[in-house]
Write a protein that binds this ligand. Structure first.
Ligand SMILES: Cc1ncc(COP(=O)(O)O)c(C=O)c1O
Ligand SMILES: N[C@@H](CCOP(=O)(O)O)C(=O)O
Length: 475
């Protein structure tokens, strides 16, 4: 399987090369040359199998020829062995045809662990086999950073630099990143928004000299392997509800569009999905795009679901590439327009193709709190604000299609966002035992301006320092 860039001018790569490269040299995102198809019998055969076995079956066609199958199996088993639920991603019921896929049983309590625990092992395997090192530079609105740090801390082949928007993540999210003392982990509070952090990462990748000098690697969902690993739980959850004999819909709390794109990929692989519902908070660029055909960035709004306080949804570029019939020149045109004017307009055909498969629902702040309270009242379960946005969108989808089971992706544990939960329910969601003393651990981070040359200098100096990574506690 070869991987091609959405912008069409970067070389095609193997799975392992795309894994290490992350972003294409042309600024584009890698995706497979074609999507492997699973037969209905193969999909039906997933019923009752362990999560790791389904992961191996789903991921193997993407990986074959680059990593030995037994090695892949061992990495998958180790990755999901660290989860605190035997099902890894269990499904529970919230109401009539309304289901919750619990994606927060990994070490950092968010869906990012499902991919990142595997990605860490894959990268370590490939880098060690090649005798190479890499410098991971990642942007986070709160969850990717913690998951990446948990997956890569202490690994001898990598240094990790994570940029988060200063003051715009929850205390628990920040502390999950800043309290890790491993020498290869460097947490940066960037004076800006998540979009600034993501732009910074793309800018650093775009500086070829810097990229080559430090062997930059990306672990955001710009990395195809992240998306691929997230495809797995669409299969396990849909099969648990009767797929492929029964169609299901998914409501996906959406920011960078990686998670819902994984659902679209599952559909290309043969999973019968009825609708993919994009659930956004007040940062509703995707809802507006589906309504009007115009993708137009605005000012980011701080919400109680901060991980989705995002304007530029990176992975939407992958969907555009597909909706435009894999026309890389068209994608380049749209992305140039985005860079120059902060907007672009979709042509009628691609817009119709997107509307054919996706719905988009905005769930505001009041509704989000009401959803948290309602779910608590009706089921005695606490859900986090991102998941609540998904539940709100799922209810809208169910109003139009009552008979289609709708699965909400539960993307984070409520204990990551205690303030929002307490406001809505009066309940305090406790952190699990391994994080119980998080609030009293010392923090290590540096605050940097939103200036690419300063961030590049920081990375250079840190890596060239005699005791690279020596930590200082932040005041
Ligand atoms: C808790 C949570 N929910 C939802 C999202 C949105 O996911 P995506 O960026 O893949 O659309 C994120 C961040 O990405 C998140 O951290
Ligand atoms: N919400 C994310 C934003 C980055 O998303 P990614 O999936 O592209 O890594 C976060 O928590 O950091």
């Amino acid at each position: 399987m070869k991987y091609i860039s959405t912008r069409g001018t970067a070389p095609s790569l193997s799975f392992t090369d795309a894994l290490i490269a992350g972003l294409g040299e042309d600024g584009g995102l890698y995706l497979p040359h074609s999507y492997p198809r699973l037969t209905p019998a193969e999909i039906a055969g997933f019923a009752g199998r362990p999560y790791a076995a389904v992961a191996e079956a789903v991921l193997w066609p993407f990986v074959a020829g680059t990593i030995d199958r037994a090695a892949l199996r061992a990495m998958i088993e180790a990755a999901y062995g660290s989860f605190d639920h035997v099902a890894v991603a269990p499904l529970s019921q919230l109401g009539d045809n309304l289901f919750l896929l619990e994606l927060f049983h990994g070490p950092t309590l968010a869906f990012k662990d499902l991919a990142m625990q595997l990605l860490g092992r894959l990268m370590q395997h490939v880098l060690a086999g090649r005798g190479q090192r890499a410098t991971i530079v990642g942007a986070t609105s709160g969850d990717t950073g913690a998951a990446a740090i948990a997956a890569f801390q202490g690994l001898p082949e990598v240094d990790v630099f994570i940029l988060y928007p200063h003051g715009r993540v929850s205390d628990v999210q920040r502390r999950q990143m800043t309290t890790v003392a491993a020498d290869n982990v460097h947490t940066i509070a960037l004076e800006g928004t998540f979009d600034d952090a993501q732009n910074m990462v793309k800018g650093l990748f775009g500086d070829k000299k810097f990229r080559d000098e430090f062997s930059l690697a990306g672990v955001n969902s710009i990395n195809w392997a992240r998306v691929a690993a997230q495809v797995v739980y669409y299969f396990t959850s849909a099969v648990a509800l009767g797929a492929p004999h029964r169609r299901v819909s998914f409501a996906v709390p959406t920011g960078n569009f990686g998670d819902i794109l994984a659902g679209w990929v599952a559909k290309q692989m043969g999973l019968p999905i009825e609708r993919l519902v994009i659930a956004t908070n007040a940062n509703d660029i995707l809802v507006r795009t589906l309504e009007t055909g115009r993708y137009e960035t605005g000012k980011v709004e701080a919400t109680q679901s901060p991980s989705m306080d995002i304007q530029v949804s990176s992975n939407f570029e992958r969907l555009l590439f597909e909706a435009y019939g894999r026309d890389a020149a068209a994608v380049r045109r749209l992305m140039n327009s985005l860079q120059q004017s902060g907007s672009f307009s979709l042509d009628a055909g691609p817009l119709a193709a997107i509307r054919d498969e996706f719905d988009a629902v905005r769930v505001g702040e009041t509704e989000t709190s009401e959803e948290i309270a309602r779910v608590w009242r009706e089921t005695q379960r606490l859900i986090d604000p991102h998941t609540a946005v998904g539940v709100g969108a799922a209810r809208a989808a169910l109003a139009a299609r009552q008979n289609v089971p709708t699965i909400v992706l539960g993307t984070a544990h409520p204990a990551k966002f205690p303030a929002a939960i307490e406001r809505a329910t009066g309940q305090h969601p406790p952190l699990p035992p391994h994080l119980a003393d998080l609030a009293t651990r010392p923090e290590y981070f540096d605050v940097l301006p939103n200036d690419q040359s300063k961030v590049a200098a920081y990375i250079r100096e840190t890596l060239h320092a005699p005791h690279a990574g020596a930590k200082r506690a932040a005041s």
